[in-house]
Design a protein around this ligand. Sequence first.
Ligand code: GRF
Length: 195
Amino acid sequence: MSGSDLLRLGVLGSGHGSNLAAIGRDIDQGLLSARIAAVLSDQPGARILELGRTIGARTECIVPGLAGGRLDPATEEKFVAILREEKVELVVLAGFMRIIGSTLLAAFPRRIINVHPSLLPKHRGARAAAQALAAGDQVTGCTVHYVDQGVDTGEIIAQQKVEVRPDDTAETLQARIQFAEHALLPSVIATFARR
Ligand code: GRF
């Protein structure tokens, strides 16, 4: 497949980057007709940036003006400029710990997706695996959804269930949920690549 047929991805993350690695794995295995064009972060030391460099993507860190919470419009404009320069067609939030605002949303309408470690609408926000354990859930899972201005509130695209085991800790459960994410997220991206 020629480069121009490949769906150009921009991946935004603040952390470890295991979902980025899963996307890269599916591309390498020929399961996903995409190219990781840009990897962007708000955290200078994030491992996802290192991984992005290894993959050969344009890799940039922009530290937002405001600490935590929502991205400020000026920072969003910088993100948009880079994503446009790299001709990104689908923006993937993979562990990006900021709330997206109207500047980024307007630049990529229905082209920003997020992966979240629960069966939304249950357990929005941080520490979703711990929330599932605290609620006594016997089944949890992961969700890929469109991003809107809320926190994990956008339209659901796909979900995968994960069993909660009696001896689970938040860490063991999160690890199994992530294993499921690593199959679900690339499979959803593949549906955009085929459009
Ligand atoms: C994932 O569990 C995702 O659901 C959540 O943040 C985590 C990111 O993990 N939003 P990684 O950086 O892809 O390893």
